[in-house]
Design a protein around this ligand. Structure first.
Ligand SMILES: [Zn+2]
Length: 257
């Protein structure tokens, strides 16, 4: 019997190559690798168009329940999207932080706007003292347990460069849920800061990131599964296009990965 070595070696090559391709495909499609590819894509997009990344400086001011875990969850968002770059201010290490906190504690106002303007003033004092250059794109976010005027929990300054999030009403909730709720509000307010026309909270309570929740602990049940409803989706697409919406949507759906 004649052995056709040509056919046999061809067969071996084909199976080796097929095997390699399949294992490579397996590696490429495995979740950690896919995650890495997503990170690289976002990094490359950021390099091509760095102007789209908005610096967001997050301050924990008079906020004992703001933990390192909360800090880590916020910073982790930089890997999950490339529209905003979150950076935590080392406010407690600032030699004037007590003075700054005292200024805020003495604040007596029923105006949510004034409350936010005063927080922004203090955050900008910190930025200047740290030698940070004026940056007209930077947005400062304060998370605080100070009572918010009119029992509300978040507002922004007139120029939208300052956001304050009041989380005192969450103090009886499990810490990991507090962190997640704080992150959802950061996401909502960050997207608001882009000035998307007609985007605002809606009365309909459907688990959307833009539900008008009057009492913050009510978000507890829906926080894991918040999404962007069809109404808000249409508004975002009409203003910013589908590609932008997809970025936002991926981020909201994968925030706690
Ligand atoms: Zn909505």
């Amino acid at each position: 019997m004649m052995v056709d070595w040509n056919n046999i070696s061809e067969g071996i090559i084909v199976s080796v190559v097929t095997g390699l391709l399949f294992s490579l495909a397996g590696v490429l499609l495995s979740p950690p690798f896919k995650e890495k590819i997503g990170e690289w894509q976002r990094a490359i997009e950021g390099l091509i168009n760095p102007a789209i990344i908005i610096p967001m400086k997050v301050f924990f001011i008079l906020c004992p329940i703001c933990s390192d875990k909360m800090k880590n969850l916020i910073v982790k968002q930089n890997k999950l999207q490339n529209i905003f770059r979150f950076d935590i201010a080392e406010f407690k290490l600032w030699d004037k932080h007590i003075e700054s906190e005292d200024n805020l504690k003495s604040l007596q106002t029923t105006s949510r706007l004034e409350f936010c303007e005063r927080f922004l003033e203090e955050m900008e004092k910190f930025n200047r003292d740290q030698g940070q250059e004026e940056d007209s794109t930077r947005i400062n976010i304060a998370i605080t347990q100070m009572p918010f005027p009119k029992n509300w929990y978040t507002w922004n300054t007139k120029n939208r460069k300052g956001i304050v999030i009041g989380i005192d009403s969450l103090s009886k909730i499990k810490p990991e849920i507090i962190d997640k709720i704080a992150l959802r509000i950061i996401q909502r307010m960050s997207i608001y800061s882009l000035g998307i026309k007609n985007l605002r909270t809606h009365e309909l309570t459907v688990g959307c990131l833009f539900d008008n929740t009057t009492y913050l602990p009510n978000i507890e049940q829906s926080v894991e599964n918040n999404y962007i409803c069809d109404v808000c989706k249409k508004i975002i697409i009409d203003n910013k296009g589908e590609k932008f919406f997809n970025k936002i949507n991926d981020w909201i759906n994968n925030s706690f990965r």
